[in-house]
Design a protein around this ligand. Structure first.
Ligand SMILES: Cc1cc2nc3c(=O)[nH]c(=O)nc-3n(C[C@H](O)[C@H](O)[C@H](O)COP(=O)(O)OP(=O)(O)OC[C@H]3O[C@@H](n4cnc5c(N)ncnc54)[C@H](O)[C@@H]3O)c2cc1C
Length: 395
């Protein structure tokens, strides 16, 4: 039998899992090495719900074992490495990895001890993080996974902070800010929630009816909505355990928790600069091959949040995953079927629960009633889809 082709996938979240699973299903000629700093898949989409209402979703609905999801593949076809890629060496076609202490695991064979992995094909799916996740701005909330950290501990600490805070100011009224405000407005006990929006409406990019509905629903729930304002400074005062938040309007708020819901930071520390655009995202062509100084590489692909495509959304990941997997299979098996990806061809949609039972949203030009927002997302924040994303089965 011919030697297996080695595919290294960097990042074991929605995008990395999609490619790994699809590849293993579509060809028997690839050996996949999936590298991620945690061995748990974190379904971060539901964070606004479980960070605010811990009882509403058990952890088993948003944290899953990655190695377990690959148990059905033989050991020579799949390796999971619990580690962080620190460098890509395109000359030797290898990646360097910092392994998590005493924790590298595979599905069926002993843990790898190597700190360098060679590849025939490389997939970059290292995604993005947020200032709140890193604790760079406001209270630290795990909106995304953090490297090597105990995700459960980070979640628990965040839940406690939000539970005990009585006055909360949220900076940023995109989908995450609105969802979080909607959840906080529903929890027991007196809470004063302020949501600050840079633009004159909430949910920039949504249709006007959706923006109006979101605003109305929040105001009905006594959320103080401030538009046309930004947070210019937020300082934590240790002696009073409060935040002083200064707005562009000149007004200063004293709150128990300041939550920043804006900002998307590329996880690109290990990626050659020649792959990146000026903002630090990976340039890709229409086959999702990485562009190095403007020229398509034949051995490196990227997908998910880390690419230069502007809509950094989970809903974009399945099609990108199908494209990358199909093109690597094509490169290996030469079936003559190259797939292309067109971001513009994917429907624009926004589905934003405001609390447990309603919300605002649109799919293309269709405005969704609150009950449909509840049905599609609000009832369990899409966690019913997490097992499908884990197995790379979502389309
Ligand atoms: C709170 C929140 C709610 C959201 N809700 C929605 C929603 O409702 N609908 C929607 O469509 N989108 C939503 N999004 C956007 C969605 O989360 C992203 O589009 C999605 O996570 C992208 O997946 P990804 O796999 O590309 O990247 P990420 O999910 O960012 O995962 C990247 C993975 O790579 C790993 N990694 C990073 N660096 C390295 C390295 N050096 N070596 C190895 N591994 C590395 C990370 O640890 C992580 O596991 C939401 C985002 C947030 C923050």
């Amino acid at each position: 039998m011919s030697k297996l082709v080695s595919v290294v996938v960097i990042g074991g979240s929605h995008a990395g899992l999609a490619v790994s699973q699809k590849l293993l299903r579509q060809t028997t000629r690839a050996k996949v090495t999936l590298i991620n700093p945690s061995d748990e898949y974190y379904f971060n989409i539901a964070a606004p719900r479980f960070l605010v209402k811990p009882e509403s979703l058990p952890q088993s609905k948003y944290l899953y074992s990655i190695p377990d999801a690959f148990r059905d593949y033989p050991a020579d076809r799949f390796t999971f490495v619990k580690g962080l890629v620190t460098e890509i060496d395109v000359a030797t076609k290898s990646v360097s990895v910092a392994l998590a202490a005493n924790s590298a695991t595979t599905t069926t064979s002993p843990p790898p001890t190597a700190t360098s992995f060679g590849f025939d094909y490389l997939v970059i799916a290292s995604g993005s993080t947020t200032p709140a996740t890193l604790g760079q701005s406001g209270v630290r909330l795990p909106f995304k996974a953090t490297a090597f950290e105990d995700t459960r501990k980070a979640i628990h600490e965040a839940q406690e902070k939000l539970r005990t805070a009585k006055r909360i100011l949220i900076g940023g009224a995109g989908a995450l800010g609105v969802e979080l405000a909607g959840e906080l407005a529903e929890v027991a006990g007196p809470k004063k929630i302020t949501l600050v929006s840079r633009s004159s409406e909430l949910l920039a990019g949504a249709t006007a009816p959706v923006q109006r509905t979101a605003s109305l629903l929040l105001r009905q729930r006594n959320v103080h909505v401030l538009t046309g304002a930004t947070v210019v400074a937020a300082v934590h005062e240790a002696h009073s355990q409060t935040w002083k938040v200064e707005l562009s309007t000149g007004r200063t708020y004293t709150v128990d928790a300041y939550v920043a819901t804006t900002g998307t930071i590329p996880n690109n520390a290990f990626i050659p600069k020649s792959f990146l655009n000026a903002q630090g995202w990976v340039n890709v062509d229409n086959q999702l091959r990485v562009l190095e100084d403007g020229v398509s590489r034949s051995d490196t692909y990227a997908l998910g949040d880390i690419t230069c495509h502007p809509y950094r959304l989970l809903s974009r990941v399945p099609l990108q995953g199908e494209t990358v997997a199909a093109n690597i299979v094509e490169a290996i098996e030469k079936r003559g079927q190259v797939r292309t990806y067109l971001a513009e061809a994917q429907k624009k949609m926004m589905v934003v629960p405001v609390g447990q039972s309603t919300g605002a949203g649109h799919v293309g030009g269709w405005t969704l009633f609150g009950c449909l927002v509840w049905y599609f997302k609000g009832r369990d924040f899409l966690t019913y889809k997490a097992p499908r994303f884990l197995r790379g089965e979502e389309h």
